[in-house]
Design a protein around this ligand. Structure first.
Ligand SMILES: [Cu+2]
Length: 122
């Protein structure tokens, strides 16, 4: 894990604290959680959040990614799209929330195999 990542994480945690969310944690039910795009991968590639919790995708690669979020059916096949394809420019971020419990696939449409799973619980 790079020093830059630590710095970014510290800033993010600081902001979350400032907003009264307390310590940001993947399963804490806090106000925000972060998914970093680095080395053509989502980090972490699996985590759990609460309904309505902000999920922030940050592109730390020096090139673009294109993120789409799709709800998975119980059999693991793709269900309805939750977040339309979003072009992630280098050094930028975007935030979304998922308002229905379930399991979601986060996938980059530009890089084969670049994907993560987000589980949403009440
Ligand atoms: Cu990508």
């Amino acid at each position: 894990m790079s020093r830059r990542y630590h710095l970014m994480l510290a800033v993010t945690l600081g902001l979350a604290s400032a907003m009264g969310a307390g310590l940001a944690h993947a399963t804490s039910g806090g106000k925000a959680t972060v998914v970093v795009e680095r080395d053509i991968a989502y980090q972490p590639d699996e985590q759990t959040v609460h309904v309505g919790q902000a999920i922030r995708v940050e592109n730390r690669d020096p090139f673009e990614h294109k993120t789409r979020v799709t709800r998975l059916k119980p059999d693991g096949s793709l269900g309805p799209m939750a977040v339309a394809a979003h072009l992630d420019k280098p050094g930028t971020s975007f935030t979304f929330t998922l308002d229905e419990p379930g399991t979601y696939e986060v996938r980059c449409l530009l890089h084969d195999g670049m994907a993560a799973v987000i589980k949403v619980v009440k």
